[in-house]
Design a protein around this ligand. Structure first.
Ligand code: COA
Length: 207
């Protein structure tokens, strides 16, 4: 199937399959995407969900259904193949965010306080809020979980491939690793990116 026909097919099938709380113009959802509880999600103009993306608002995990949308996706957001987004409380993705393949984001995780009880039966941790700022880039295989606290990925930030993000990321910075640490920042004064050298590698830093 050529690209044009694929776009038409994806639009037609997704319009029939998914009923979002709000759906903008020109949204493209590949027909392989899996969206559960789309009534608790909003998706804005010209956003594009690529192959095998999965969006879920897992009602089965919630004590009561949410009172409004829990996953809000802005305009012109590009979501790469096999990304998995799970929202029970508040995930907001602002305009023009780019996701590479296989990104996992959630605003909750499983509780594991009671070792005698299987974790699958322990319910969820307290929820956090996750906000991903305008124009950010989330690289392949990144994991971002806002469980029990709020996490903001600042506008224009870069989350490197394979990062595990456990804290907020400043605007216009690059983070990498697990747990993710800032490795570069945009220096507004000189108008270019500068590396951030970890303390242990600085002359006189800890070993
Ligand atoms: C974030 C990224 C853009 C950084 O690129 P860059 O600015 O050119 O960074 P550099 O190559 O100058 O690397 C700077 C340092 O960070 C390290 N680094 C870069 N990417 C890293 C990663 N993903 N994990 C851990 N460390 C990383 C480098 O090894 C280097 O460390 P060093 O100074 O000790 O040698 C790139 O590494 C990346 O992850 N891209 C994502 C690609 C992707 O997922 N594409 C999907 C298509 S949307």
């Amino acid at each position: 199937m050529n690209f044009f026909r694929l776009m038409i097919y994806s639009r037609a099938t997704s319009a029939l399959k998914h009923s979002f709380a709000r759906r903008g113009r020109g949204v493209v959802i590949d027909h392989t995407a899996c969206i559960q509880s789309s009534g608790f999600m909003t998706i804005d103009d010209f956003t594009w969900l690529q192959r095998y993306v999965q969006l879920t608002a897992p009602l089965i995990e919630m004590k009561t259904p949410p009172s409004g949308p829990v996953l809000k996706i802005g305009k012109r957001v590009q979501i790469g193949p096999r990304c998995f987004f799970s929202a029970v409380h508040d995930i907001s993705i602002e305009d023009d965010v780019l996701f590479g393949p296989n990104v996992y984001i959630a605003d909750h995780t499983h509780a594991y306080e009671a070792p005698e009880t299987p974790i699958k039966d322990q319910g969820l941790t307290p929820y956090g809020r996750l906000r991903i700022g305008t124009g950010a880039w989330i690289g392949t295989n990144a994991v971002i979980i806002a469980a029990g606290k709020d996490i903001t990925i600042g506008p224009g930030a870069v989350v490197s491939a394979n990062s595990v993000v456990t804290h907020s990321v400043p605007a216009r910075s690059v983070v990498a690793g697990s747990p993710a640490r800032v490795i570069k920042r945009y220096d507004e004064a000189v108008g270019r990116w500068r590396p951030v050298i970890p303390a242990r590698r600085r002359v006189g830093g800890a070993a």
